[in-house]
Design a binder for this molecule. Structure first.
Ligand SMILES: CC(C)(COP(=O)(O)OP(=O)(O)OC[C@H]1O[C@@H](n2cnc3c(N)ncnc32)[C@H](O)[C@@H]1OP(=O)(O)O)[C@@H](O)C(=O)NCCC(=O)NCCS
Length: 197
């Protein structure tokens, strides 16, 4: 069965939605940067590569089988500016596993936007897709990335040391994850606070 969230997905400050062809310039602005690509498998992207990538992402707004992914644009609700992108890959149907990813424009780092958008995607993964576990991974030197994972309540499950070559160096990878029970337990106090105010 095909699953597509009810778009746009709104959070307190953000709007998550499928990509459109009109997003090329805003995405190129950050995907061309060396600092953004530093810990990504991708190299800094040319305008042409971004255009092709956006074309592919336009169709990545629904999932049907494991291996499919949701890749969504993240806009500021207040100004409509595109601030980054967020993804959820459906890794396993039988084991109900997913993987979270995010890339934001450095102009918009430091406001909690990646964490806020990720929370919305975790909710979709657990509540709508019925996932059991959602993991995320990053280069161990990517402090900003594992900072997001820790703010989300994900646990560090692994530190793979020199397990692969990455951009000419040994790769050090952290794996973080959160189970559906752990996620639900974190949501209870938030709801309780909301109800009492
Ligand atoms: C990984 C990445 C998305 C993290 O972005 P970020 O802006 O640091 O993350 P958040 O949106 O969660 O913001 C957290 C920061 O905002 C601050 N902040 C401000 N207001 C906040 C709020 N309302 N809620 C939460 N944090 C807030 C936090 O204190 C934190 O600052 P600190 O890093 O100085 O401690 C970003 O570094 C990035 O895009 N990097 C390049 C691509 C990349 O490496 N992606 C990950 C691949 S694994």
């Amino acid at each position: 069965m095909v699953y597509a969230p009810d778009y746009p997905i709104l959070t307190h400050r953000l709007r998550l939605r499928p990509f459109t062809r009109g997003d090329v310039e805003a995405v190129f602005a950050y995907r061309q940067r060396e600092d953004v690509a530093r810990f990504l498998f991708d190299s800094p992207m040319s305008h042409e590569t971004v255009t092709e990538a956006i074309q592919q992402r336009i169709s990545q707004s629904a999932v049907e089988q494991e291996g499919d992914k949701l890749v969504l644009a993240v806009d500021l609700r207040e100004t409509g500016e595109l601030v980054g992108e967020i993804s959820l890959i459906w890794r396993s149907e039988i084991a109900r596993q997913g993987e979270l990813g995010y890339i934001f424009n450095p102009l918009f780092h430091g406001h909690g936007y990646a964490t806020e958008a990720s929370e919305a995607l975790l909710r979709i993964g657990f509540e709508d897709l019925g996932l059991h576990r959602i993991m995320a991974r990053c280069d161990a030197r990517n402090r900003a990335s594992w900072g997001v994972m820790e703010r989300l309540g994900m646990r560090r499950e692994a530190h793979f040391r020199e397990h692969a070559r990455f951009k000419g160096e040994w790769d050090e990878e952290f794996v973080y994850a959160i189970l559906e029970d752990e996620w639900a337990a974190r949501r209870v106090p938030a709801i309780a606070v909301g109800e009492s105010t």
